[in-house]
Design a protein around this ligand. Structure first.
Ligand SMILES: C[S@@+](CC[C@H](N)C(=O)[O-])C[C@H]1O[C@@H](n2cnc3c(N)ncnc32)[C@H](O)[C@@H]1O
Length: 231
């Protein structure tokens, strides 16, 4: 199936509310466990001197879980949508875990502008994470240039995203499954995301062709891809 891009930022209020109100916690805990196991395997531990950045953080679901998992490490969630950042801040302030989220802050910035905004002058990024971001980005060069620009020689990258279905029929089946759990706005967004996602081959080829061989791509089941490693 050909890739059909979707708008990068999620700025519509009803779109943001639908996303925020959905329960994706199972997949989110799964991602935190995957990151944690990966760091353990690399014998990489995170402490006070480190900085974790969650790109395209949305309403902060992953950022909050990262902040709780690594309580001594500063976590910064970044999203280009003001509406999403407002939600993320509201969620943090109203969370039952509020006291455990003192190490978490949010910044509203398009990922393309992060470097020029000089947001991380005090600390270097140790862990650079994203979930469901890559498919929003108009082309892979923009995504990889961003993570290359933000990474240093110790930065561990871990980026999980949807994998584009092989054909329209499979995409429609996944859309149908989604509609049994989530509302119409979210179901339509999910379908648009599936069509906008990249394939394993597209990501792998980009890495090979652009001197990014310390990164790799992993197919996580039949629905997800993970780009991980150093840049
Ligand atoms: C599908 S949501 C995922 C949110 C969150 N990572 C999660 O897993 O719950 C994708 C988010 O990426 C943000 N985004 C897309 N393109 C972006 C860009 N160029 N710069 C910053 N944020 C972006 C959108 O605004 C949206 O909030």
């Amino acid at each position: 199936m050909e890739r059909v891009p979707e708008p990068e930022l999620m700025e519509e209020k009803d779109q943001v509310i639908s996303y925020d109100e959905a329960d994706f916690s199972e997949g989110e805990f799964n991602l935190i466990n995957q990151i944690s196991h990966y760091l353990l395997r690399k014998k990489f531990s995170l402490g006070e001197k480190d900085l974790i950045v969650d790109l395209g953080c949305g309403p902060g679901n992953i950022s909050e879980k990262l902040a709780i998992k690594w309580p001594n490490t500063e976590v910064v969630g970044i999203d280009g949508s003001k509406e999403m950042i407002l939600r993320a801040e509201y969620n943090r302030e109203n969370s039952t875990n509020r006291k455990k989220l003192k190490n978490l802050r949010y910044i509203c910035s398009d990922i393309k502008d992060i470097k020029s905004n000089n947001l991380f002058l005090k600390k270097r990024i140790s862990l650079l994470v994203s979930n469901s971001l890559i498919h929003h980005i108009s082309n892979l060069e923009v995504f990889f240039n961003t993570i290359r620009g933000l990474s240093n020689n110790i930065t561990v990258n871990f980026h999980k995203d949807l994998k584009r279905p092989l054909d329209e029929k499979s995409a429609l089946e996944l859309k149908e499954q989604c509609s049994t759990k989530y509302n119409e706005i979210l179901t339509n967004d999910y379908y648009a995301s599936l069509r906008a996602s990249y394939s394993f081959k597209e990501l792998k080829d980009f890495i090979l062709e652009n001197d990014l061989s310390s990164l790799d791509v992993f197919e996580d089941g039949d629905k997800y891809l993970i780009v991980y490693g150093n840049v």
